[in-house]
Design a protein around this ligand. Structure first.
Ligand SMILES: [Zn+2]
Length: 140
């Protein structure tokens, strides 16, 4: 792949061994084409930028119900589909589970108000970091 060359959708599909529709999806996802060219042409440099950015994004955001295991270098569904949620503040917390492959603890930061977006079919136990005695009881 040469950064200063232009590539058509056909060429990109052939080069990567993918379907032309996949390349068209990339265009919808933000791959920029050279203005006013028909058939569509994409600059090699732009294609590289797009693919690099895309790889970073998929690495950072594991799908719902998955936590990134640093040891396995892969998103994992926690063992037993179970996780503890440790609130850090009113709106954020850490989900904590166990990697099914290496038995290490795996974490995922969550926005508590959007927890349903990541919980998938996980069974989440909400833990209280500190429950001070007397806090919830009325003093006389
Ligand atoms: Zn692991």
């Amino acid at each position: 792949m040469k950064v200063h060359r232009n590539y058509s959708v056909d060429e990109i599909a052939r080069r990567f061994g993918i379907h032309k529709n996949t390349v068209r999806n990339w265009l919808k996802q933000g791959l920029v084409t050279i203005d006013g060219q028909r058939p569509i042409l994409i600059l090699g440099r732009e294609l590289l930028r797009f693919l690099t950015e895309r790889r970073l994004k998929t690495k950072q955001s594991c799908g719902p119900g998955r936590f990134y295991c640093i040891a396995c270098r892969a998103p994992k569904v926690p063992a037993g589909n179970m996780a503890d949620c440790i609130p850090m503040s009113a709106s954020s917390g850490n989900l904590c589970g166990i990697c099914p492959d290496c038995n290490r603890l795996i974490y995922r930061r969550v926005n508590l108000t959007k927890i349903d977006a990541v919980r998938d079919d996980l069974e989440i136990t909400f833990t209280q970091p500190h429950q001070r005695i007397g806090e919830s009881t009325t003093r006389r």
